[in-house]
Design a protein around this ligand. Structure first.
Ligand SMILES: C[S@@+](CC[C@H](N)C(=O)[O-])C[C@H]1O[C@@H](n2cnc3c(N)ncnc32)[C@H](O)[C@@H]1O
Length: 281
């Protein structure tokens, strides 16, 4: 009988996800454990963080100085990073499940050591990870411009880049550099926003189809382009309606108030974020 057989399998032979990381890394993914490890690591780097606005180790033109000032300001204002948004990027790079301990990983624009910990809990080897940024908050992060890297050709097996490509002065040039330092068959995964109205960072205006075209032109095969929205509380979404006509704002505010939705979460498919994965030909 099919039901009895399925019941037997469910209890005695349940399907398990392939496990490529050991119990230590699985334990380090738990929210409290992860946050405490990251906090300890970031606290050791606070001295370096205080100095990142003293000089421009990389930026030589106005665009990169502006990117440096803006991001260094955000890093200092935050002090300690807690977001795990980069996690999706390393989940993509870790698929299909396989041992990752021999893969050389480049992390572009990590801001601090936090993203290394994310990559490590997904199976990448600590010693084989290298980061670059416009400033360095940790010895594992070399000051280097992603649009003109010092690494020899084919230095890496994988590249992860979260919320960084929009700051490029020339996205084509940046993709060309990623293709150059990846070995053939190596993968590049990144996440970026899509805000066609952004006048400050022109990279944000690049659509998914333009990104596909640029990737193909720079020597990549596109594996994944996923556009998605955001999840926030109803209260936050309501605050975004303040500049809309008052009747609309008042109607939504009434619904939120009546049903007590303020602190509840709502996903809206705004399609203003993209995740991309491409393989070097
Ligand atoms: C918004 S932060 C992203 C931090 C982290 N990856 C995350 O997702 O939370 C962007 C980072 O990219 C760095 N960045 C901007 N332009 C860059 C460039 N041309 N070369 C290298 N890093 C750059 C910034 O300094 C900053 O640390």
């Amino acid at each position: 009988m099919p039901f009895a057989r399925h019941l037997y399998n469910a209890v005695l032979r349940p399907v398990r996800r392939a496990r490529t990381v050991g119990p230590l890394r699985l334990a380090a993914r738990l929210p409290i454990v992860f946050d405490l490890i990251s906090l300890t690591m970031q606290t050791r780097d606070l001295g370096r963080l205080r100095r990142i606005r003293d000089a421009y180790p990389v930026a030589t033109d106005e665009h990169h100085k502006r990117a440096h000032d803006y991001n260094a300001g955000v890093s200092q204002a935050k002090g300690v990073t807690t977001t795990r948004r980069a996690e999706d990027i390393y989940e993509i790079l870790a698929m299909p499940p396989r041992p990752l301990r021999h893969e050389r990983l480049l992390i572009v624009g990590p801001r601090n050591i936090h993203e290394f910990l994310i990559a490590w809990v997904h199976g990448f080897d600590w010693a084989l990870m290298q980061g670059i940024d416009l400033y360095s908050t940790n010895p594992k992060i070399r000051p280097m411009n992603m649009e003109a890297m010092d690494f020899p050709d084919q230095s890496f097996d994988a590249i992860g880049m979260s919320a960084t490509i929009s700051y490029a002065k020339d996205i084509g040039r940046c993709l060309h550099e990623m293709a150059r330092v990846l070995r053939p068959g190596g993968r590049f995964a990144f996440g970026m926003p899509y805000h066609p109205q952004n006048t400050e960072w022109h990279g944000d205006r690049l659509s998914a189809s333009e990104m596909r075209r640029l990737l193909r032109e720079t020597g990549f095969e596109v594996e994944l382009v996923k556009s998605y929205g955001r999840i926030f509380t109803w209260g936050y979404w309501l605050s975004r309606l303040r500049n809309y006509p008052a009747p609309i704002y008042r109607a939504v505010a009434a619904v939120v108030g009546t049903f007590g939705l303020d602190g509840k979460f709502l996903y809206i498919d705004t399609r203003d974020s993209m995740e991309v994965c491409a393989r070097r030909r």
